[in-house]
Design a protein around this ligand. Structure first.
Ligand SMILES: Cc1cc2nc3c(=O)[nH]c(=O)nc-3n(C[C@H](O)[C@H](O)[C@H](O)COP(=O)(O)O)c2cc1C
Length: 356
């Protein structure tokens, strides 16, 4: 029996298998509105058999976009545009999650294939960024430190985005607290130098994430699971680390989070030991605290994915780049792991393409 193709239930949501599509920015929206590109991109991975499809980081406020071309969910027009994607993915038998994001001091950047680097100036559609403290990310403009009132507005924006996500049929939301974006900036002592209730101690640095979690949880029906993506470590001495992540995982569970999606890095340049499954030990470490986890990062091989689950290092795996190369990765994985095709997530339309 393949663990990868065993369904998983979180609250009232069941995913048909444990290989999920990781959130991936497409930098292809005008005014934050998802369009045909998003339908085809996410739709292809749903027909390709992913157990759950996650949207790209969708900004909860315009200034929370990584680039001016990011998707958003800060207004009803954007939410309604997501509805078509949600309905198509549901039609393929997969639940879909919205990743809710605020990029903080890493906002207002050029999309990756633009040759320009650094912060986009206002004449090119950029904006002034915000963060816990006025420390810039290397190579970017200095952000303005958020006031306490502005912090409360951030919490409200995440909650309103969650309400919109639920209203158009998303099954779950994932709060993006990883990769050096705003919530991670609050967690890490490298970027958070505040001396008020949101900075200093572990309790203070985790306060905003927990406030966002509580506000978002309150907008979700009890049946909808809540996911949080974190960076398990900054990979820098004196930064955010696995021990703090494990402690945060325990708190997240107490606050009604169902699964922590464990990535790493992104808050400051660091030397990262890139190798297959390099973030899996971080997932295992957070899971040891008692909360379900997702492992992500250089998971490319079906046997490798199967082993991560069999070893109890994660409850699900998420694939990003491998899914760009191969939208139907799960269908091949099912074949290679010996799952009978009747139990594999083949769309009827594609059955004639199955391996025999
Ligand atoms: C094109 C691209 C866009 C990405 N956008 C996001 C994003 O919106 N949110 C996020 O949390 N991670 C994002 N990531 C990171 C992936 O979700 C994933 O964590 C990372 O690529 C490592 O997994 P992989 O080795 O399977 O690619 C992105 C990665 C890629 C390649």
């Amino acid at each position: 029996m393949s663990k990868l193709f065993e369904p998983i239930t979180l609250r009232g949501m069941t995913a048909r298998n444990r290989v999920w599509l990781a959130p991936m920015c497409q930098y292809s929206s005008v005014d934050g509105v998802p369009d045909d590109w998003h339908l085809v991109h996410l739709g292809a991975r749903a027909t390709g058999g992913f157990g759950l499809v996650m949207t790209e980081a969708s900004a909860v406020v315009p200034e929370g976009r990584i680039s001016p071309q990011d998707a958003g969910i800060w207004n009803d027009e954007q939410a309604e545009a997501w509805r078509r994607v949600v309905e198509f993915v549901h039609g393929q038998g997969a639940p879909i999650g919205a990743q809710l994001a605020h990029a903080g001091r890493k906002a207002s950047t050029y999309r990756p294939w633009d040759p320009r680097t650094g912060t986009v100036p206002s004449v090119d559609g950029g904006w002034e960024t915000v963060a816990p403290s006025d420390l810039p990310f290397e190579g970017y403009a200095a952000p303005a430190a958020l006031t306490v009132d502005q912090v409360a507005e951030v919490v409200r924006a995440f909650a309103e985005a969650a309400r919109r996500a639920v209203s158009v049929g998303f099954d779950t939301v994932e709060i993006h607290a990883a990769h050096g974006y705003l919530l991670h900036q609050f967690l890490s002592p490298l970027s958070n130098r505040r001396d008020d209730d949101y900075g200093g101690s572990f309790e203070n640095r985790t306060r905003l994430v927990l406030e966002v979690v509580d506000a978002v949880r309150a907008e979700l029906p009890d049946s909808a699971p809540l996911l949080v993506r974190i960076s398990g470590t900054d990979w820098i001495d004196g930064g955010w680390d696995l021990e703090q992540s494990r402690r945060l995982g325990v708190l997240l569970k107490e606050h009604g989070v169902d699964l922590v999606d464990v990535s790493s890095g992104g808050n400051a340049p660091a030397s990262i030991p890139l190798e297959p499954g390099y973030q899996v030990p971080l997932s295992a470490g957070v899971r040891a605290g008692g909360i379900a986890t997702g492992a992500v990062g250089l998971i490319t091989d079906p046997e490798q994915a199967e082993k991560i689950l069999a070893n109890g290092e994660a409850d699900v795996v998420l694939l990003a780049r491998a899914a760009l190369r191969e939208p139907a990765w799960p269908l091949r994985a099912a074949h290679e792991l010996g799952v009978p095709f009747e139990d594999a997530p083949w769309p009827d339309q594609y059955l004639r393409g199955r391996w025999r």
